[in-house]
Ligand binder design. Structure first.
Ligand code: PGA
Length: 237
C-alpha cells in the first residue's frame, strides 16, 4: 500500500494525474468509479483536464460500485444521476459505455461481474470509505468472496447518507453493490478519504488486522493500492 498525504486540493490533483497517466497510456481503459462527497474534487479536476485536452474518456468503459435499490437513474439521489451530473456530462465519455448497477432490476446484479470481466476487467477502481469501513456498500461482516449483490444498509450508513435526502425515512434500506471480491479483482485500487471524521477508520483499516468486520482492511491484501488522504484523515496514522 502506498499513502499519498496532502491537502484536499492537492489530493484531487494528484489523483487526477493518475488518470492522465493511465488514459494516455491506454485510452480504452476500464475504470471503476465511486460516488459520495469524497471524489467530487477529483471529478471536478478530471472535467477541467478533459476540457484542457490533457486526457480523453472517449474510449473508456466504466463500472460504478453501487446503486440504491428502488431508485431509478432519473432520481436525483440515485448514483446514476450523481455520476451523470458530477462527471459523465462534463467529459467526452460515451454514456452507453458507462455502467451503474440497476436499482430497479435487482436480478441484473448477478450479471454485473460477468459484464466487468467481458469488458476486460477493471484497471483502476476508485473507492471512498464509510465510517464503519465499508467499501462500496459492503458493510461489516460481508464475506470476502462476495460478488455484486443486494445488501441491507446499516443504520450508520443510512444516517450518514441522510444529509442528501429530505429525511432519514427517504433513505433506501437496501442497495446493490459490487462485492469485496469484485473490488479486489481490479488490477489497481485508489482509495480516497478526507476529513477528521475518517481518521479513526483509516487507522483501523490500514494499520489494524485484516478482518471482514472492517471491510476496507481487506485492501491490505491487494498488490496495488494507493490511499489518498488529506492531513486530517491521516492524522491518526
Ligand atoms: P463519502 O462516502 O465520500 O460521502 O464520505 C464514502 C462512503 O461511504 O463510501
Amino acid at each position: 500500500m502506498k499513502f499519498i498525504i496532502d491537502t484536499e486540493e492537492n489530493i484531487a490533483k494528484k489523483a487526477a494525474q493518475r488518470y492522465v497517466e493511465i488514459l494516455n497510456r491506454k485510452p480504452d481503459t476500464v475504470l471503476g468509479f465511486a460516488t459520495g462527497s469524497t471524489p467530487l474534487g477529483l471529478y471536478a479536476e478530471l472535467q477541467r483536464l478533459n476540457a484542457a485536452g490533457a486526457l480523453s474518456f472517449k474510449d473508456v468503459t466504466t463500472f460504478n460500485l453501487d446503486e440504491y435499490a428502488g431508485l431509478d437513474g432519473s432520481h436525483d439521489q440515485s448514483y446514476r444521476y450523481f455520476m451523470d451530473h458530477n462527471l459523465f456530462m462534463g467529459v467526452d465519455i460515451d454514456r452507453s459505455r458507462t455502467h451503474v448497477p440497476s436499482g430497479l432490476d435487482i436480478a441484473a446484479a448477478a450479471d454485473y461481474d460477468r459484464q466487468i470481466k467481458e469488458a476486460g476487467g477493471i484497471e483502476l477502481q476508485l473507492l471512498g470509505i464509510g465510517n464503519n469501513g465499508h467499501i462500496g456498500f459492503n458493510e461489516p461482516g460481508t464475506p470476502i468472496d462476495s460478488i455484486t449483490h443486494l445488501v441491507d444498509l446499516t443504520e450508520m450508513t443510512r444516517k450518514a447518507n441522510a444529509r442528501f435526502f429530505a429525511s432519514l425515512d427517504e433513505v433506501p434500506t437496501q442497495a446493490v453493490t459490487m462485492g469485496i471480491k469484485t473490488v479486489m479483482n481490479a488490477r489497481s485500487i485508489m482509495l480516497m478519504a478526507l476529513g477528521k471524521g475518517k481518521a479513526d477508520i483509516v487507522k483501523k483499516s490500514f494499520t489494524g488486522p485484516v478482518t471482514p468486520e472492517v471491510p476496507a482492511s481487506i485492501l491490505q491484501l491487494h498488490p496495488f493500492v494507493e490511499i489518498y488522504l488529506d492531513y486530517e484523515a491521516a492524522s491518526m496514522l
